[in-house]
Design a protein around this ligand. Structure first.
Ligand code: PLP
Ligand code: COI
Length: 343
């Protein structure tokens, strides 16, 4: 393929959709997955009675590729995303897409859109969005018998406009993104639809996100709308364990990196009553990377917990951010084999 220059202003990119050259698709029919197909259209043809449209039979993933100083392209922990998509598929009774095929589709989508991979040092990356949807035409509430998997990509900047600058978040007990024994651990569209009203309300009040509490008792911290939560106290990395949050691959990686840096790590139910004792707090996820939290306002209790007054991230959050980013871009060794080179 000819390498055509793009005229993208990489450092000005926001977290948004940009049309790229190709996407990769695969169809499940008659009980089996077909071959990977390449398309240059960003439109999909779908039956009006498809289960994804009516009954939310839809799951997605999010991962990133980075260009290194050496010019090579690296993708972060795609096997974990492949396995999580399988877990989401089981959670809402869709056909599971094989891990090796997922990796092949991601590689192909990256390679075919090489001219959209932001350069090293631009602060941008290539966001990769795999999608699995129920396609079979049904009226009854049942799993579809046909599915479509696809992967598209878009160059993106930071999810929160400010990048690695602390943002305020709020607690509002009147909203949940997931039910106690519901779909919170799966990356399914319904959880995100359920978070839109609270997210909008929070944004209107000047907050970057909502910090959800456990939907049963509202005693423990769950996670933010698009990211997990962690806090630092007494040289300890503390993050909630809950059966209504998404198992974040970024958080899992940070737990390892924190331990390697000599921090104690705790993954356990974290009561709201601990908020006042934290030295640092942050959101973490593929899109959010690490986004430090400046302040958590509990809007029901009329209380504020402040973690940054000077607009700067805490020292430990910054060290973790730098370490994670250095592994993702190939600036530092990748001791756990998290990164795969796309060539
Ligand atoms: N929690 C939610 C609700 C998310 O949407 C995401 C994003 O994927 C995360 C957490 C972070 O997960 P990961 O680090 O795997 O991107
Ligand atoms: C991600 O971090 O990949 C996400 O999916 C978060 C958000 C854009 C939904």
């Amino acid at each position: 393929m000819d390498f055509m220059e793009t005229t993208i202003n990489w450092s000005e990119l926001s977290f948004g959709y940009m049309k790229t050259d190709y996407n990769v698709r695969c169809y499940y029919r008659d009980g089996k997955w077909g071959e990977l197909e390449v398309s240059s259209s960003d439109i999909i043809n779908i039956h009006m009675s498809a289960t994804c449209l009516h009954y939310g039979q839809e799951a997605f993933e999010g991962l990133k590729a980075f260009r290194g100083k050496d010019g090579r392209v690296r993708v972060f922990r795609m096997d974990e995303n492949a396995k999580r998509l399988q877990s989401s598929a089981r959670g809402i009774m869709m056909a599971e897409f094989p891990v090796e095929r997922f990796e092949a589709a991601v590689r192909q989508a990256i390679k075919l859109n090489e001219r959209f991979i932001p350069p090293y040092g631009s602060g941008a990356s290539l966001y990769i969005r795999p999608l699995l949807i129920g396609m079979g035409a049904l009226i009854g509430v049942k799993p579809a018998d046909e599915y479509m998997f696809m992967v598209f990509v878009s160059p993106v900047g930071p999810y929160f406009k400010t990048g690695f600058t602390p943002v305020p978040v709020c607690i509002m007990r009147g909203f949940d993104r997931a039910a106690p024994n519901g779909t919170g651990t799966y990356k399914v569209g319904g959880n995100y639809a359920a978070s839109l009203v609270a997210g909008k309300k929070a944004n209107e009040k000047g907050y970057a996100a909502v910090l959800y509490l456990d939907p049963k008792d509202k005693i423990y911290l769950d996670e933010c709308g698009p990211a997990n939560f962690f806090a630092i106290r007494d040289n300890t990395y503390i993050t909630p364990a809950s059966n209504s949050i998404l198992p974040s691959i970024t958080n899992k990686s940070l737990l390892q990196l924190a331990a390697d840096m000599g921090l104690k790590v705790e993954r356990r139910p974290v009561p709201v009553s601990e908020l006042g004792s934290f030295e640092e707090a942050a959101e973490c996820g593929t899109a959010a990377v690490i986004t430090p939290i400046s302040r958590i306002d509990d809007l029901d209790e009329d209380r504020s917990y402040v973690y940054s007054k000077d607009g700067k991230a805490g020292r430990t959050s910054e060290k973790l951010y730098n370490k994670l980013f250095a592994i993702q871009t190939g600036d530092e060794p990748d001791p756990y084999g998290w990164v795969k080179i796309i060539d």
